[in-house]
Design a protein around this ligand. Structure first.
Ligand SMILES: [Zn+2]
Length: 312
């Protein structure tokens, strides 16, 4: 539950107001959001670097922050920080410049750029340069400053409550995730993430982003105890199924997945036991996009406690 309490409601409202001003500044466009328009509006500059061709990253900066740590106190070449901390993206407030690692797969640039736009929108992030690695760019990052930038990125790329409303009026299934992925132009993984977070307070829904679940296709470094890149739970799922481990769930999913190279790997009804020992029927489906397997599990039968509440 701490995940949802990470940012104070007041902070969320503040950030959301800044995102709203950006969208209004763009004339409330239709999705997908064009990040080049956002940059133009905010007068931000975008550059790319690679470890071999640092380009602009040859310059020095005086202060750099990576997650919670201020890593250098003396002027340092940006490229040295990039190499030392495996930085994938950066924001330089004094130059209003976003730098992205050109070697990161193109699909990920969109999220990384929006995260840096997030830093630029929040005046209290201005005091120093932000360097981002895989961890800080992930939505599960628990560092405040990074969680704020990620929150801003999500609100921006998914058009604030517009996406939430679309999710709540859709049937929760992978088909809807794919449709919204097409409309908003964000990756399937970030769309699945936002989808599960947006389904509302009442329905237990779980999402997993993992390697290919079939035994014959798991990578060599697969850790059976921590199989998920991301384990995403709706509010109701967190509250009712806190004892269910990601390892148990992954094994159950592996039980119905075929060894196809890509596309739909399978679907099945699974019975999950909640924290009170009661059984619930879930519909699970898994899709493999050749990088990650995306799994969505949706409770199809209301918990008996809700049925017994005696609403008219
Ligand atoms: Zn960051």
């Amino acid at each position: 539950m701490t995940k949802n309490l990470l940012l104070l409601p007041k902070t969320k409202i503040d950030i959301d107001g800044r995102v709203d001003r950006v969208l209004r500044g763009l004339g409330n466009p239709e999705p997908p959001l064009r990040l080049e328009d956002v940059r133009e509006l905010l007068e931000l500059d975008l550059g790319f670097y690679t470890a071999d061709d640092p380009g602009i990253a040859r310059e020095a900066v005086s202060r750099i922050r990576v997650a919670t740590i201020q890593v250098f106190k003396r002027p340092t070449l940006i490229i040295d920080a990039i190499r030392k901390f495996s930085l994938k993206a950066l924001y330089l407030p004094d130059r209003k410049r976003i730098l992205l690692d050109g070697n990161v797969p193109k699909l990920k640039h969109r999220w990384n750029e929006a995260h840096e736009v997030g830093h630029s929108l929040l005046p209290w992030h201005e005091e120093m340069m932000h360097g981002d690695n895989e961890h800080t760019l992930s939505r599960s990052c628990m560092d405040h400053i990074e969680a704020e930038a990620n929150f801003a990125a999500g609100r921006l790329l998914f058009f604030r409550d517009r996406f939430v409303e679309e999710v709540r009026s859709s049937t929760p299934e992978l088909k809807a995730v794919k449709r919204l992925h097409g409309i908003y132009g964000n990756t399937l993984s970030t769309t699945l993430w936002r989808f599960v977070e947006s389904v509302g307070e009442e329905q237990p829904v779980v999402g997993m982003i993992t390697c290919h679940p079939h035994l014959s296709r798991r990578p060599s470094g697969h850790d059976p105890a921590k199989p998920c890149k991301h384990f995403i739970q709706s509010t109701a799922f967190q509250a009712q199924f806190s004892r269910l481990s990601e390892a148990e769930l992954f094994n159950a999913v592996a039980g119905y997945c075929g060894n196809q190279r890509g596309g739909v790997l399978g679907q099945a009804e699974l019975i999950l036991t909640d924290d009170n020992g009661e059984s619930h029927r879930f519909y699970f489906e898994t899709f493999y996009n050749t990088h990650d397997a995306l799994t969505l599990g949706v409770c199809v039968k209301k918990a008996s406690v809700l049925v017994a509440s005696g609403r008219p």
